[in-house]
Design a protein around this ligand. Structure first.
Ligand SMILES: Cc1cc2nc3c(=O)[nH]c(=O)nc-3n(C[C@H](O)[C@H](O)[C@H](O)COP(=O)(O)O)c2cc1C
Length: 485
């Protein structure tokens, strides 16, 4: 399992909080006008899945309350969590995969408009992902899921054996012995749970992704527009389908993999389809990785190339993240699925208070600056959103003045204190409740449990949550109270 080389505990720093006068002169609180993207201030709440939808992916009261609460802080923009584009069961993840979802999505839009007085722009992140299975007990995997082939018979010296005989032999073997007999992919499925990849073009639905995805994304974007969102963010980052097309590990030989031109082809086609499906004033951007942070993965050089292509194609913004991949994920327990935020790449995606010597704050700034500089050198002025461990005004303001981004994203900090934006803007930054970056929220996300913040949920549980008849506190997250100070 990957661990940071040295574990140093870092605390968030409040730094210097600006007076109202300083706020007026700041870059952070200036409006941004760029084509279809118009923000009242250069702040942004990146997508965060809070697992509050129904099992059918419908908007619930909890989902509406969650976004209303963020909107009360009046950030420049909120990106609604990764939302599925396929009409398939995906647990309590929001969906925009059918017109029946439009009405629920409208409720989020209405709540955000009301709570922010119309000041906050609202985008929704659209995601596609491939199938991933929970890790099975080894014997069950061998008996039920492993496709027996001649390579097993040969490795076992049982060339004439029946399928049942091969299974029996394998089922009696230790994991070390199995590693020598199974293919690398089969052993990975056994030890991590099986996972489809974009390179599995022997699977018809994977081979067909270039045909199916543009339409699926375009239809979902059209629904987002019908629901009243200001735009969509195409999820081209982390462990999911579109990021896997961009990945250096994408060796598809059908014109949609291999060199960077092949890897960026489908993301560009998806963008074109989406752009063509929505109105001219509707904002369309993407979230992509500045680096994959995995062995043999895409690096900054690839990201420079992709970002330039996206900007040339006319994307309205590019939001940057790093890491968050399955390839280096920790081995899940039996019965659980691999989670892409557990290895080094996961750490880079959501850096926490226990960190290496570089510390957890602002680790994405340098690559974001390089990407922005490349675009500007090519005469492209697409706004860049940068995030990752940013929690105080000084960091945010200096990121803008140093050209590390045009818009600053605060994800976990916004969860710790959704009033960050209003508090800082009104000269009350010292009242901000700082995120401690313990990744309590991410631990809940990992278990697909309702995401909360440890800085406020216990307090709310104590004071506001009804107790069960035996006096125990409810274990699910309660209302998200406003500060009491
Ligand atoms: C609970 C949780 C859920 C997240 N869900 C998403 C998501 O749906 N889409 C996405 O692009 N990033 C997601 N992220 C990553 C954040 O958007 C952000 O990039 C990351 O937390 C680093 O920024 P921060 O240091 O400001 O929190 C999630 C993060 C957390 C903590």
């Amino acid at each position: 399992m990957w661990k940071p080389p040295e574990k140093i505990a870092y605390s968030p720093r409040g730094g210097h909080w600006p007076s109202e006068r300083e706020v007026r002169r700041s870059r952070l609180f200036q409006p941004l006008e760029h084509g279809r993207l118009s923000l009242a201030q250069r702040t942004w709440i990146p997508a965060m899945v809070p697992w509050r939808a129904t099992e059918e992916g419908e908007v619930t009261r909890d989902v509406i309350d969650w976004y209303r609460r963020f909107a009360q802080g009046r950030p420049g923009a909120i990106v609604v969590e990764a939302t599925g584009i396929r009409d398939i069961p995906s647990g309590p993840l929001l969906r925009a995969s059918h017109d029946r979802y439009i009405e629920g999505l409208q409720d989020i839009v209405r709540a955000v408009r009301e709570a922010s007085g119309g000041e906050t722009k609202l985008f929704i992140q659209l995601i596609d992902f491939l199938a991933i299975k929970r890790r099975q007990p080894a014997e069950k995997f061998i008996r039920r899921f492993l496709a027996i082939g001649d390579h097993h018979r040969e490795a076992l010296g049982m060339t004439e054996a029946s399928e049942d005989e091969v299974r029996e032999t394998l089922a009696a073997m230790s994991e070390e012995e199995l590693e020598a007999v199974l293919t690398t992919r089969e052993f990975e499925s056994l030890s991590m749970g099986s996972r489809e990849r974009v390179t599995d073009i022997h699977l018809p639905h994977v081979a067909d992704l270039p045909e199916t995805l543009p339409g699926l994304f375009a239809d979902a974007a059209r629904r987002a527009e019908a629901a009243g969102f200001d735009g969509v963010e195409l999820h081209y980052a982390h462990a999911y389908t579109m990021a896997s097309f961009l990945s250096a590990l994408n060796t598809r030989d059908d014109g949609y993999g291999g060199d960077p031109d092949g890897r960026v082809r489908l993301p560009l086609e998806v963008f074109d389809a989406v752009r063509g499906a929505v109105g001219d004033s509707f904002t369309v951007g993407c979230r992509m990785l500045a680096e994959e942070c995995i062995e043999s993965g895409s690096g900054l050089g690839d990201a420079l190339f992709f970002a330039e292509k996206f900007a040339l194609a006319g994307m309205d913004f590019i939001s940057l993240s790093r890491g968050g991949k399955f390839e280096d994920a920790k081995r899940p327990k039996v019965g659980e699925a691999a989670y892409p935020y557990t290895g080094r790449s996961g750490y880079e995606c959501m850096p926490q208070y226990l960190s290496d010597a570089r510390g957890p704050f602002g680790r994405n700034l340098a690559p974001a600056r390089a990407i922005r500089e490349r675009l500007r050198a090519g005469g492209l002025d697409t706004p860049i959103v940068v995030a990752g461990g940013i929690h105080n005004f000084d960091q945010a303001e200096s990121a803008l003045s140093a050209g590390e981004g045009d818009i600053v994203g605060l994800a976990r900090q916004a969860m710790a204190d959704p009033d960050w934006f209003e508090k800082v803007r009104s000269g009350n930054g010292s009242k901000v409740r700082l995120c401690e970056y313990t990744n309590y929220c991410e631990g809940l996300d990992q278990k697909h449990k309702m995401v909360t913040c440890k800085l406020w949920d216990r307090e709310a549980l104590d004071e506001e949550t009804p107790r069960t008849p035996d006096g125990k506190r409810r274990t699910v997250a309660p209302q998200w109270g406003r500060d009491r100070d």
